[in-house]
Design a protein around this ligand. Structure first.
Ligand SMILES: [Zn+2]
Length: 344
């Protein structure tokens, strides 16, 4: 089992709503974490978008949604995210994707944008331990990006400087120009600052029957602003150890070509053949299994897309969220996010 932490930056205002779409209703709610009241991108929205884009990149649109999957053991999408279909019945996926939580939140101040964070936010993200007084803030003085002799206005609020930021071992994914402009405030203040600096946008309701804008049906909604940095975890637990990597697909192809006891074993495992089916059905089943395997082998490596492990399938999907956003697909939620890569 391995856990990997991903960092993303919003490049659009991102709104993932809590409710369904209803015409003419003012909908200004955004999904929040219970307890802290901080907005988040729920795991379901991330998982849905990542599966969808990975499936399309791999040329398997039928495996994108919540049902109608191919369910084949040779399918990297179904193997990674699970399948509700297939001869072998439904099976679970091998990755679990967590909620995306805010790490650094942008606020416009008199001296330009600053990125606000708090002790428990940094701790939860595994970035570090630090403290700050309830009503003060810490920011760095070393590179003179931010003033040290006067308070900062964070939206509606003036905060006094307590001291320099304690040393923080920023993950390499966090851009340098942002690190220089980080302001640490208490957890309570952080929640207040975030919630009073969300974007509020206005949109027109669309009549689902005519596809036209409803007259006067404007609604407002909150959104996580652009350049917010969030993090989420992907836990990969490849308990089956049968991920259809290129090497594995090649081995399966050989096994199928041999047409011996190992071939039978493989076909049984894949629920394609059993002893009672007899030899007459054996050839037919081999042909079918080879079709599955060759199908994936032919796709592997096309357009620079490959899959060697489940986490790579996740990143293939995540890369497309940079252009296509998360949410969408008939829901009101939408917004693009950029995956921040490790800098080596
Ligand atoms: Zn599939």
């Amino acid at each position: 089992m391995q856990t990997r932490r991903f960092f993303i930056m919003t490049t659009d205002p991102v709104h993932i709503g809590t409710g369904g779409m209803r015409l003419g209703r003012v909908d200004n709610t955004i999904v929040r974490e219970p307890g802290t009241n901080l907005p988040k991108i729920p795991a379901t929205a991330l998982h849905g978008a990542i599966r969808n884009y990975a499936a399309r990149r791999y040329g398997k649109p039928q495996c994108a949604g919540q049902k109608g999957h191919c369910g084949r053991p040779s399918c990297p999408i179904c193997y990674t995210f699970g399948s509700t279909q297939g001869k072998a019945g439904s099976f679970s996926g091998v990755v679990s994707i967590g909620d995306a939580r805010i790490l650094l939140f942008p606020v416009y101040s008199m001296v330009g944008p600053v990125w606000v964070t708090s002790p428990s936010v940094l701790r939860d993200a595994g970035v570090g331990e630090c403290k700050v007084s309830a009503d003060k803030a810490k920011w760095d003085s070393s590179d003179r990006e931010l003033p040290t002799d006067k308070p900062l206005n964070l939206g509606w609020l003036m905060v006094e400087r307590e001291a320099d930021l304690p040393p923080i071992s920023w993950p390499s994914q966090i851009p340098q120009q942002i690190r220089k402009r980080v302001v640490l405030v208490s957890d309570k203040l952080f929640s207040q600052i975030v919630n009073s600096n969300l974007e509020v946008r206005t949109s027109v309701a669309i009549n689902p029957e005519t596809g036209a804008a409803e007259e006067g049906a404007l609604f407002t909604y909150e959104a996580i602003p652009r350049t917010t940095i969030l993090w989420f975890e992907v836990v990969e637990d490849d308990f089956r150890g049968e991920f259809p990597s290129k090497g594995k697909l090649g081995k399966w192809k050989n096994t199928l070509d041999q047409k011996d006891d190992n071939t039978k074993k493989l076909l049984k495992k894949w629920h394609l053949w059993k002893e009672e089916d007899g030899e007459s059905k054996f050839d037919e089943s081999v042909k079918r299994a080879k079709e599955w395997v060759e199908n994936e082998l032919n796709r592997h490596g096309n357009n620079g897309v490959s899959w060697e492990n489940p986490t790579q399938v996740v990143t293939a999907g995540l890369e497309w969220a940079e252009h296509l956003g998360i949410g969408g697909m008939g829901t009101r939620g939408f917004g693009r996010v950029k995956w921040l890569r490790e800098v080596k």
